[in-house]
Design a protein around this ligand. Sequence first.
Ligand code: NCD
Length: 336
Amino acid sequence: MQFAGTHVLSVEQFERGDIDRIFAVADAMAPYALRQKVTRVLEGAILGNMFFEPSTRTRVSFGCAFNLLGGNVRETIGLESTSLAKGESIYDTARVLSGYSDIICMRHPTAGSVAEFAAASRVPVINGGDGANEHPSQALLDLYTIRKELHHHGRELDGLRIAMIGDLKHGRTVHSLCRMLTLLKQVKVVLVSPQELAMPELYIELLRQAGHQVTISTDLTDSIAQVDIIYSTRIQEERFASKAEAAMYRGRFRLNQATYTQYCEPNTVIMHPLPRDSRAEANELDNDLNHNPNLAIFRQADNGILVRMALFALILDVAHAVDLHARPVNWYHRRS
Ligand code: NCD
């Protein structure tokens, strides 16, 4: 695909070669993300970071990624703090905000709203999550993480075995990840959820059409026994009619170190898009996993910077010029 000037709205728009290109650029961003070098390649550019729904990682990592390339970030947080709360349309908001920025990242609670915004925008728009629909940059960083973790154990992406666990009905990260997996070969997917929170048929069908083996289960321990990746997710409380309804499902699929040791193959990698729900009644990934070297959740979050830097560099067409604007860092930094 042509990256320059494009919107990123759905994983559907990518081919395998596009993913390889994004990952190659992401790899090249490591010295900047690790503060070994500084680049000013996006000096003068403005990112409009528009988050109309709660976010920590996605919002801050998009902002940091843009800053690390030398650009500036303008941010708006929460529907209630914008004119959308006064009845302004998405069309008008998009026309206005795209006049202030060179690129926009947007999160919104309604499925399809980011595409609607992009259609009216004068600058490229990246979908930071639209309701229960999609979260394409998360799927990119998830696959980037899977690739890195597997390489570490001498394995390739094709032939991947993955269990996705939790609220597969409302989880936009797993929806985008399913689309992403259709770009691979010979994947085995185990979908583990309460029946009421099952993966929508659309995504199961896409996986099957790609020739992948899909197993559906309501049992955690069986499902994690023969996989390379465990991808755990949070019950998406905000998508339920009531908190009480969401609470019925919380804590159904808890993974702790004892379960991991008993059932998983050695070196099974544990992922989660985060936030993990650490309330006692939820605790989908127990804190006692924190010292498990295969708990990749924080490496996964770190990778978000690299992948988002790559998206900006490609969409704003400066990937070739990042190193030309580089210099060493001159402040103390400690990374571990
Ligand atoms: C996810 C999201 O917002 O969809 N978080 C994220 O972006 N890393 C997952 C979640 O909120 O459970």
